[in-house]
Write a protein that binds this ligand. Sequence first.
Ligand SMILES: O=C[C@H](O)[C@H](O)[C@H](O)COP(=O)(O)O
Length: 236
Amino acid sequence: MADLVEKSKKLSAFAAVDENLKPDHKVIGIGSGSTVVYVAERVGQSTNKEKFVCIPTGFQSKQLIIDNGLHLGSPEQYPEIDIAFDGADEIDSNLSLIKGGGACLFQEKLVAASAKQFIVVADYRKDTGILGKGWRKGIPIEVVPMAYTKVSLELSKLGGKPNVRSGLPGKAGPVVTDNGNFIIDCDFGEISPESVADLNSKIKSLVGVVETGIFVGMAQKSYIGNSDGTISTKSA
Ligand SMILES: O=C[C@H](O)[C@H](O)[C@H](O)COP(=O)(O)O
């Protein structure tokens, strides 16, 4: 099973890079997580790799770029990105995503929003069609630390079950993001594809929320590695 999932991740990542990375691309966004490891590996195998500048979405992503011998840039230097690749925790039928399982959602959204093309890569477990169906940990929401009780209260009033993400067993107390903030995982149950944008706007409007892990209208194409070794693609 674990081997099958790993193979699906690699399959989706390699296919996404092979089919979408073009000779005229210069600035590439590299996401976070275990699937994007294979994106970085494939970009690093490109004969053009010397001319790429790769923009990371966090600490792990930065290490992936360096380890694969790619040039590192920053979002400040490159506010316009030619193409970005990233993983997802769940994907719905409209290509809306839950992201942030690894607490990287803010920088991931920054890079995706700066990219002319945003491609999602994932194994077959992520493609459930409805957010909150397979990913039961809740929507990751990055909040400024001093606002976490206020935001938690307001999320409850919106019908969610908020939970500040713990750093245990590695750290006592909450997880602290690459930006020095906390993560609240808020369970809203299953979210119909039609109501995702509205829920995202409501969460985003709460003072203290830096960013949500709901990505609506951002992904242009998904590459899903299936358990039988095939790939399914979908365009928005
Ligand atoms: O914060 C983490 C990110 O949103 C990841 O892209 C997401 O959790 C998917 O990671 P993985 O490819 O390991 O499932």
